[in-house]
Design a binder for this molecule. Structure first.
Ligand SMILES: Nc1ncnc2c1ncn2[C@@H]1O[C@H](COP(=O)(O)OP(=O)(O)OP(=O)(O)O)[C@@H](O)[C@H]1O
Length: 251
């Protein structure tokens, strides 16, 4: 396996609560990996360790390593700002800035020092095209992002994440607030994006994981029970707890 992310013996504590227990997991490059499991099993916590979003939660303590492209992202030399540029994130609720569509997408590149208008125009167009939103917004780029539909706002958030050219895109239940058609659009989009990006998604929707992911990781009580090719994990799981979960017997 050509792993881009290599997690080794990772433990995470919120104060005294042991939320992630001895997790070792490889996540391959340019694939879609889905995290599934019942509520509270640690899916979002693990996702957040991949771009150090947990740093923002006081009393969080981490043991073990998370290597991305050969670098332990928790080492002192790593700049969190650079890390988050490489590892973008899209959340459950679309959270565009109260700015124009253009300024939302140009926000990251500007933050990283790009000021040339022609260059920014190019990045904005490319990112919106990648997020399958360009055709819908190309004539209203100077309008507020807040006027877009929920599904469009979520694709705008994907465009905003892609604008800084990350290697990895983390998606935390990014379609759970959307209607079925918008969900389908984002699922199609994610499948196109995996040619260029490594995608890790948390989903409550097992059908979604089965439909679009290449690999699936099943969590229970802060532990990884099983990680495998999606087809195998759903059709021939090796652990009875996985089988119970994917067949709907619990959770
Ligand atoms: N900031 C926090 N402080 C303390 N405990 C937390 C915090 N965030 C999460 N937890 C706890 O850690 C455990 C794992 O939470 P997490 O959100 O990672 O689970 P999840 O599998 O993503 O759940 P869900 O599917 O409901 O989003 C839960 O017991 C949760 O209550």
């Amino acid at each position: 396996m050509n792993a881009l992310i290599h997690i080794d013996k990772l433990n995470l504590y919120y104060g005294h609560f042991h939320a992630l227990k001895n997790i070792s997991l490889d996540i391959p490059k340019k694939t879609i990996t889905a995290f599934i499991g019942p509520s509270g099993c640690g899916k979002s916590t693990l996702l957040r360790t991949l771009n150090r979003m947990n740093d923002m939660i006081p009393s969080t303590r981490i043991e073990g390593t998370v290597n991305i492209g050969g670098t332990n992202i928790y080492s002192d030399e790593v700049s969190v700002e650079d890390l988050r540029k490489r590892v973008g994130m899209v959340f459950q609720q679309a959270n565009p800035f109260p700015k124009t569509i253009y300024d939302n997408v140009a926000y990251g590149p500007r933050l990283h020092g790009i000021t040339n208008k022609a260059e920014l125009d190019k990045i904005v167009e490319k990112s919106l095209r990648q997020a399958a939103l360009w055709d819908e917004v190309k004539d209203v780029l100077k309008k507020s992002a807040m006027g877009l539909s929920g599904g469009q706002q979520q694709r705008l958030c994907i465009a905003r994440a892609l604008a800084v050219q990350p290697d990895i895109l983390l998606m935390d239940e990014s379609t759970s607030a959307l209607d079925p058609i918008s969900t389908l659009k984002i699922e199609e989009l994610v499948q196109e994006l995996k040619d260029q990006y490594t995608i890790v998604m948390v989903t409550h929707n097992m059908h979604q994981a089965a439909r679009i992911s290449d690999r699936t990781v099943f969590f229970l009580n802060g532990e990884v029970v099983e990680a495998d090719d999606t087809k195998t994990l759903f059709s021939n799981p090796s652990d009875s707890r996985t089988e119970d979960y994917v067949s709907g017997r619990f959770g």
